[in-house]
Design a protein around this ligand. Structure first.
Ligand SMILES: Cc1cc2nc3c(=O)[nH]c(=O)nc-3n(C[C@H](O)[C@H](O)[C@H](O)COP(=O)(O)OP(=O)(O)OC[C@H]3O[C@@H](n4cnc5c(N)ncnc54)[C@H](O)[C@@H]3O)c2cc1C
Length: 390
């Protein structure tokens, strides 16, 4: 049973307080050290936030997606680097196991993922395969009852900290595209794995990505998510994981945008030009109002999509709508927040300079805006074709 409504509200309230009292004050240190401080990591673990989406029977909070999105609205008012350290455990790193894993895999990994003791990463992207993920080249060659995995994965979130990788690799070399791919659970200690140095990113300092190379990494067939009978089904697992993840990410964008608007409003009410607060100028008010309306729109669509997923609806098209709209929205809100700050917005002394860079990622990962557009348009065309019997 998931947490009841009262406890969920209480947790959301606690996260709101923790954001103000602990996380926002720790942002500068996180940037300076390019590392989330150990005490903040411990605090997030103690709150159970590494296991928001893991069922209670495996040690998580088991929250419905709607409650998870509401938590993200609050948490992501603080630097999104804090969300990133627990993002893969709640999303792409754990949900494959939750959705398609065997009972043994669930029991073995989920409790440690939920507690934050084990960091779980998801390895799909490769140097030559990003948006066209089904063209990935990593191979999983059979060797007796085992598989030997070889290939390079790129930009893998939390790879330097991870103890467990979900690795998408081609197990059926004669099957082209998505059909020949399996999802393997690979422990970081397995011989043949090399994690590269941290990538030097535009923003989100404190959250890390890296390349990983797999050189004949031996895993048993039972390491396939769902067991040997789900061999060749890995891409389907990945797509199911991404649907839920896109709604989660939309909620992250709403939280980040709210912070940017709060910063912009506060600056506008403080800064004076031409003898008055700049907040009194209607051209500044237009930027504030547009941002507020767009945040509200993204918030509503995110909650609607989350409720539908909680009710068991399959909504890949709406999930893409949320991810696309919310990530583009936070880009516009960030741009206006910098504009409202004038020259100060370009200076690292004010948080909006950093928050602007942090927000740029959301239009790129877990499917770029262009890929979301393709998903949405293709769904529309397919529905319309069906309706007219084509
Ligand atoms: C910080 C960060 C963290 C990440 N974390 C992870 C992770 O944990 N695990 C993981 O597997 N991956 C991760 N990624 C990878 C991310 O998902 C990819 O970068 C993303 O999917 C885009 O792929 P790409 O970089 O190869 O760009 P490309 O696919 O090369 O795209 C380049 C441009 O071409 C456009 N384009 C591509 N195809 C089309 C098309 N058909 N029509 C129109 N336009 C198109 C794209 O929209 C984009 O504008 C991460 C990336 C970053 C930057």
């Amino acid at each position: 049973m998931p947490l009841d409504e009262g406890l969920t509200l209480e947790l959301t309230e606690t996260v709101r307080r923790v954001v103000e009292e602990r996380l926002i004050p720790a942002e500068e240190q996180t940037v300076a050290e390019d590392k989330v401080p150990d005490e903040i990591r411990a605090l997030l673990r103690d709150l159970g936030l590494f296991g928001i989406s893991v069922p209670e029977s495996y040690g998580g909070l088991g929250l419905p997606l709607e409650a998870e999105t509401r938590l993200m609205f609050e948490l992501c008012r603080a630097s999104v680097a804090f969300r990133s350290i627990l993002g893969t455990n709640n999303g792409i790193g754990s949900q494959g196991i939750v959705i398609d894993g065997t009972e043994a895999q669930k029991r073995h990994y989920l409790p440690r993922i939920a507690s934050g003791e084990l960091i779980a990463s998801f390895c799909l992207t490769e140097p030559d395969s990003g948006s066209d993920a089904a063209s990935l080249r990593s191979v999983a060659r059979t060797d007796g009852d085992d598989f030997l995995i070889s290939g390079t994965k790129r930009y893998i979130t939390n790879a330097p900290e991870a103890g467990l990788f979900t690795v998408m690799a081609r197990s059926e070399p004669d099957q082209p595209g998505a059909k020949g791919i399996s999802a393997f659970l690979v422990e970081a200690e397995t011989p043949g794995i090399t994690v590269g140095p941290w990538d030097r990113k535009m923003g989100q300092r404190g959250a890390h990505t890296a390349d990983i190379t797999f050189d004949e990494v031996r895993v048993p067939a039972t390491a396939i998510i769902g067991g040997p009978e789900r061999r060749g089904q890995g891409f389907k697992t990945a797509m199911k994981v991404l649907d839920r993840g896109r709604v989660h990410l939309a909620a992250v964008c709403v939280g980040a945008a709210q912070r940017l608007l709060d910063e912009a409003l506060s600056y506008a009410m403080d800064r004076r030009q031409f003898g008055q607060e700049i907040a009194q100028f209607q051209l500044i008010q237009a930027m504030l109002a547009d941002s507020q309306a767009e945040i509200y729109a993204a918030r509503c669509m995110t909650i609607d999509a989350a409720r539908r997923i909680d009710a068991g609806e399959k909504i890949p098209m709406l999930a893409s709508c949320c991810k696309m709209f919310a990530s583009e929205m936070v880009g516009r809100v960030a741009d206006r927040a910098v504009q409202i700050h004038g020259g100060a917005g370009y200076m690292a002394d004010y948080p909006v300079e950093r928050l602007y860079r942090d927000a740029r990622l959301f239009r790129i990962y877990e499917g770029t805006t262009q890929i979301q557009q393709l998903v949405i348009a293709r769904a529309l065309i397919s529905e319309a074709s069906e309706a007219i019997g084509r």
